[in-house]
Design a protein. Structure first.
Length: 454
């Protein structure tokens, strides 16, 4: 993309990674003029959780776009409208503006809310609106002002993926220069092989040349920072064949879901720029670790973390344990959103760090709800819910996790978890109950669950 080399494409506030976003239409238009933008791209999320988009020229970027929106065919979007009620509107959110580094033409991207032109209000099936309602609901309860989320998305970067299903064959084939199965492959070096293939389940934290994807991850991180995301760390993950993780700093529900969509967009496109293919498919490889989206969560007032109690088990408050109790009680129904694909249940099996027990623990990564013990700081106390994977719709899953905090399960009545590094003073948890093992289980539980987010 052509830019002015003398001028950075984003202004960072001192001491942070945060970009100051535009606050209104005027500031968006000023940004367009400042950076020589030629195209404006409008992005929104469909019901399954994938980004859709269309682009407009600069003459269409005006106050009316932000006030009244712009029309599109809702019947062509999965989970939206029928053909006889297809007219819908997109209304850009100025605070989500970022200069899109994936486009050669200077392009400004904005995330949009979907509007019903007949009801003159937010569209009920817009995942972003569902998340916005959840934030409003939390404040209305008086329990907390903000729910912070910090998802850890894992993904694979392969050199090739091939698959087909037709009248005479059916197959899938993935390959990576890092794959342990390629240790004997002729790599073109006079019949030789350069080695350094991470063995199965030994891909966690090796330096190059084992880790061939360091620079690609760094490019993704820098792009996310320029787009307004705050990134804490990136590294190679456990699996062979190019499993990765990039962790973003926590943010409120809607903003973090926006960041997840930008994250996936950058990962897929930057991998493709390097002649590779990225996938958030949970379990693309047999007999090695899968990709999850462990989600750290905490409830806050303006300046106080409501999940912290200096006298509580693992320094957690009673509210935190009630929150966990709600997650565990409704875990099977939650899996309909946390693990939405059939491949998701290939991940939820013993032996690969996936959460198979509906239990809470201080450190055990096989528990569904884990209390990280890295720090005793009140600000750091949180629960990590480990069941979901990155195919989940970020707006909807975070909404459900926030909603299920209600005082429905008394943690004192829960049975103690069996596992390593678990305090003998911990409240009892739902021991012996496993996470859903197949897609039909959460769907059945969901039908039996009453939820107001419909």
């Amino acid at each position: 993309m052509a830019t002015d080399k003398k001028r950075p494409i984003a202004q960072f506030e001192p001491g942070t990674y945060r970009v100051s976003p535009p606050k209104n239409a005027k500031e968006v238009i000023d940004l367009v003029r400042e950076h020589g933008i030629q195209i404006v791209d409008l992005k929104f999320t469909d019901l399954p959780g994938l980004w859709q988009h269309f682009s407009i020229g600069l003459p269409e970027l005006n106050d009316e776009l932000f006030d009244d929106g712009i029309g599109f065919d809702g019947s062509s979007i999965r989970g939206f409208q029928e053909i006889h009620e297809s007219d819908m509107l997109l209304q850009p959110d100025p605070a989500t503006t970022f200069i899109d580094p994936m486009c050669e033409t200077p392009t400004l991207s904005m995330i949009c809310n979907v509007i019903d032109p007949v009801l003159k209000g937010p569209y009920s099936r817009d995942p972003r609106y569902v998340a916005r309602k959840a934030e409003q609901h939390l404040k209305s309860t008086g329990v907390a002002q903000t729910c912070y989320f910090g998802p850890e998305l894992e993904f694979f970067i392969f050199d090739s993926i091939r698959f087909d299903q037709n009248t005479h064959c059916g197959y899938y084939y993935v390959d990576s220069v890092e794959g342990a199965w390629n240790s004997g492959r002729d790599e073109g070096w006079s019949g030789g092989n350069l080695g350094y293939k991470p063995r199965y389940k030994e891909g966690y934290f090796p330096v190059p040349p084992h880790d061939t994807l360091q620079d690609i991850r760094s490019e993704i991180v820098l792009g996310l920072m320029n787009a307004g995301g705050q990134v804490e760390v990136h590294h190679h993950e456990v699996s062979t064949a190019g499993q990765n993780e990039i962790d973003m700093k926590f943010a409120p529900l809607v903003r973090m879901a926006d960041n997840v969509m930008i994250y996936k967009y950058f990962v897929k496109n930057i991998a493709r720029r390097h002649g590779k293919v990225a996938t958030f498919m949970p379990k693309p490889l047999f007999a090695d670790n899968a990709s999850g989206m462990h989600c750290h969560q905490s409830l806050w007032t303006e300046k106080s973390n409501l999940f912290y109690d200096s006298n509580g088990w693992a320094l957690t408050s009673e509210l935190c344990r009630w929150y966990i109790g709600g997650l565990l009680k409704h875990a099977h129904a939650l899996m309909a959103f946390c693990a939405p694909t059939t491949n998701s249940y290939r991940r939820l099996v013993p032996g690969y760090e996936a959460p198979v027990n509906l239990a809470m623990s201080q450190r055990n990564r096989s528990a569904a709800a884990r209390i990280p013990m890295y720090s005793d700081s009140p600000n750091a106390k949180r629960v990590e819910f480990r069941c979901q994977d990155p195919t989940a719709n970020a707006y909807v899953i975070e909404t459900w996790l926030e909603y299920k905090w209600k005082h429905e399960v008394d943690p004192v009545r829960l049975r103690r978890t069996r596992g390593s590094s678990i305090s003998t003073s911990m409240p009892e948890t739902r021991g012996g109950t496993s996470c859903a093992q197949k897609k039909s289980e959460p769907l059945g539980s969901l039908r039996a669950t009453q939820c107001e987010w419909t």
